[in-house]
Design a protein around this ligand. Structure first.
Ligand SMILES: [Mn+2]
Length: 317
């Protein structure tokens, strides 16, 4: 598949890239890295997303390459989709007008693209983009290295999550060797650059913490009122889930974010045998075994009760 994708890239002149909505460090970092690789090959590249990423992703070198517009109706020989594949996941229209390639590491990824390279063994799509870069024989510049390392370090939670494999570590070390980047500088930006407002927000969210079912389930909530300005979606709140998930005895965390009137985004994070994606599947969401999410329309009390009940059913097994 990698060779087939490389062949398509060599043949194309005008290439569009897109990463999914609510973009994270992996899909944006991988997208910037791929954009820079394709530019090295002399391609005309447009990296077009629907949503703007939040800080600190905005500080990744080459972030200015990201545009916010539709791919259609502009003329492209090839459209490469990162972590998604469907029009919904990218908020892009008429993708069927193009030759599309989907590159992803989620087992739930769409397969409607013309070529689908989906490797659930990969910790991050950044691993796959590094492999593709080797296939394309590009030079791994510092900018490319920074973005690929950031993608992998971010999706593995700084090489702490269960997806931290030999291949993830090997790829990260190869990225460092080939590009000459300093990993601590990437880590400082991704993990040690909290704006004060974010820590204040974490304090408010932590005040909602509840434990259920003998401490095996934890619940936290972010009300729209907690945000002074901007929207909740602007805030990267993964850190707070990690704090709660770290509690001894907790098997699953439910995090509800109020994102609109009677509209919530639910994030489920788990450890051990508890399947987060099984919970998300009940509500037509998606994700991995230990990290999944979905939307819930309704009142807060209903959202909390209905989702908690499904989680408790699984805990009681
Ligand atoms: Mn990813």
């Amino acid at each position: 598949m990698k060779k087939e994708i490389a062949r398509k890239i060599f043949e194309a002149k005008n290439i569009a890239l897109s990463s999914h909505i609510r973009p994270d460090a992996d899909c944006v970092g991988s997208g910037i890295a791929l954009c820079l690789m394709l530019e090295q090959l002399g391609k005309n590249v447009s990296f077009r997303n629907s949503d703007r990423a939040s800080f600190p992703i905005t500080e990744f070198p080459g972030f200015d390459r990201v545009e916010y517009k539709q791919i259609y109706p502009d003329n492209f020989d090839l459209v490469i989709l990162l972590e998604g594949g469907s029009e919904d996941r990218h908020e892009q229209k008429n993708l069927s007008e193009y030759f599309t390639i989907n590159i992803d590491h989620h087992v739930t990824s769409s397969t409607i693209s013309d070529l689908n390279w989906i490797d659930p063994e990969a910790s991050a799509v950044g691993e796959l983009i590094f492999d593709l870069g080797k296939e394309l024989k590009i030079e791994f510049t510092k900018e490319i290295g920074f973005n690929l390392y950031a993608a992998i370090a971010s999706d593995t939670g700084s090489f702490k999550y269960s997806n931290t494999s030999y291949h993830a570590l090997k790829t990260a070390s190869e990225v460092v060797k080939r590009s000459g980047i300093e990993p601590h500088l990437v880590s400082d930006l991704i993990f040690n650059s909290n704006p004060a407002e974010k820590v204040v927000l974490i304090r408010k969210i932590l005040a909602t913490l509840e434990f259920h079912h003998k401490g095996e389930m934890a619940f936290i909530f972010c009300s729209a009122d907690f945000i002074d300005s901007g929207s909740i979606d602007d805030y990267e709140t993964e850190d707070i889930i990690s704090i709660v998930r770290s509690v001894i005895g907790v098997k699953v965390v439910l995090f509800l974010k109020e994102i609109g009137s009677d509209l919530f985004r639910a994030s489920v994070r788990s450890k051990g045998d508890f399947s987060a994606s099984a919970i998300a599947a009940h509500f037509n969401g998606g994700g991995h075994g230990h990290a999944a999410g979905f939307f819930f329309t309704g009142k807060f009390a209903e959202a909390k009760k209905e989702i908690t009940n499904i989680i408790l059913d699984q805990l009681k097994g």
